[in-house]
Design a protein around this ligand. Structure first.
Ligand SMILES: Cc1ncc(COP(=O)(O)O)c(C=O)c1O
Length: 415
């Protein structure tokens, strides 16, 4: 009998045993790099064999403040000793503070707390539809929401209904109706798609899973004006782009634009706990009434305590400033590689997408080569790799990343 027999309670040790057991007992909904992580501190993680890696994925930006962030861990530990869950059937003494803090950060009147990012997006969809019927006067059952090609907003049945990623949608029909897809960043297509049934435009200010794709300059400003003019809610999914990742608190801040609904997640829980929320003003959020939406864990005291500290850290501005500095280093390091193995580079704050010449190697091969050099990153869409290191990464960490990419591109055999 081995440790991987289901009847065994023996502890698993070593990379191979963990991978074998995970592949055997957990569904194959991911294709992870063959590394088994056991420790994390700041921008670095350590695997079960003691090897160190620079974490350039940072939990898809949930770990903006780094692994084991002292302030967040202290708050979580403290709260664990008091109260973790009440459900919203009762008030708790942490949600009040969290809600006040997050409305201050967003400049909105109210928040609606949830847990995962997908739940927050679902919440924004429901609120937008309800607003459409009750405030805008859209005929019952006819609300439409405009979405963008290449989007990623999560994995629920409704959300994948407006995804154009075949792997994410295949086999999951029938889908939810009421969505119209347009080209990302194309203001004329959005204007043409809006009609009397349109309640919202749902978009990512920067498409993260799409490969750190940015809309044309001025798009956010134009979209704000269009949504106001046509009485349509501007719904910004800032789950990945927000909370300092792009160098600003929100990616919409790059054009000083304020959406009607902010959708937040990932780093709101500091990489410790799933915390998500939407924020909006009364004219929108007041459509929510008791019993019309909810979640057992949404707004629980542990989540709220961590979220409050996250807001406090963001209000100091240091993470946004560091994100910008890291972005400058990434830009300076990657830009010269365009034409020398890379076909394009997109950087906004500590967030970079590099497109590798597909004749040289795939994104997955680049990720594997980086892993061999002690750097963890994730490919997307075949030949793209995105980097989103924790915002506590040092200049040396970023220099090491850039040097490793350059070295791999130099070493790869050319036809
Ligand atoms: C922009 C965006 N929205 C929504 C989600 C879904 O978040 P979650 O995986 O927490 O459900 C993600 C996750 O990557 C995301 O990047």
């Amino acid at each position: 009998m081995t440790a991987n027999d289901v009847s065994s309670t023996a502890e698993l040790t070593g990379t191979e045993a963990h991978i074998e057991a995970t592949e055997k007992y957990a569904a194959h909904n991911y294709h992870p790099l063959p590394v088994v992580l056991a420790e994390g501190d700041g921008a670095w993680v350590i695997d079960v064999d003691g090897k160190r890696y620079l974490d350039c994925l940072a939990g898809y930006s949930a770990l903006n403040f780094g692994h084991s962030n002292e302030r967040l861990i202290a708050v979580a530990r403290e709260q664990l000793g008091h109260l973790t869950l009440t459900s919203r059937a009762f008030f708790n003494d942490k949600l009040s503070t969290f809600a006040r803090a997050l409305t201050r950060l967003t400049g909105k009147d109210m928040i609606l707390p949830m847990n995962s990012g997908a739940e927050a997006v679902e919440t924004a969809i429901k609120v937008s539809r309800k607003w459409g019927y009750e405030v805008k006067g859209v005929p019952a059952g006819q609300a439409t929401i405009i979405t963008m090609e290449g989007n990623f907003h999560g994995r629920t049945t409704t959300i994948v209904s407006f995804s154009d990623d075949e792997v994410a949608t295949s086999g999951y029909a029938p889908f939810t109706t009421g969505f119209r897809s347009v080209k990302y960043g194309d203001i004329a297509s959005i204007a043409a798609a809006i009609d009397d049934t349109t309640v919202a435009v749902l978009f990512e200010p920067i498409q993260g899973e799409g490969g750190v794709v940015m809309p044309p300059e001025g798009f956010l400003t134009d979209l704000r004006a269009l949504c106001t003019e046509r009485n349509v809610l501007m719904v910004a999914d800032e789950i990945q782009s927000g909370l300092a990742r792009s160098g600003k608190t929100f990616a919409c801040d790059h054009e000083d634009v304020v959406p009607d609904i902010y959708v937040m997640g990932k780093a709101l829980g500091g990489g410790i706990y799933p915390v998500s929320a939407i924020a909006a003003n009364h004219d929108v959020m007041d459509v929510i009434t008791p019993g019309s939406h909810g979640s057992t864990f949404g707004g629980n005291p542990l989540a709220a305590a961590i979220g409050t500290e996250v807001v406090a850290m963001l209000e100091e501005g240091t993470f946004q400033a560091r994100s910008t500095e890291i972005g400058d280093l990434l830009e300076a390091g990657f830009r010269p590689l365009v034409g020398r193995g890379l076909s394009d580079v997109r950087v906004r704050g500590a967030w970079a997408g590099i497109d590798i010449d597909p004749t040289l190697m795939s994104g997955r091969q680049m990720s594997e080569a980086l892993m061999a050099r002690g750097i963890l990153a994730k490919d997307t869409h075949g030949s793209t790799v995105r980097f989103a290191p924790p915002l506590v990464a040092s200049d040396e960490d970023i220099a090491g990343l850039v040097a490793a990419v350059a070295e791999i591109l130099t070493d790869v055999p050319r036809a």
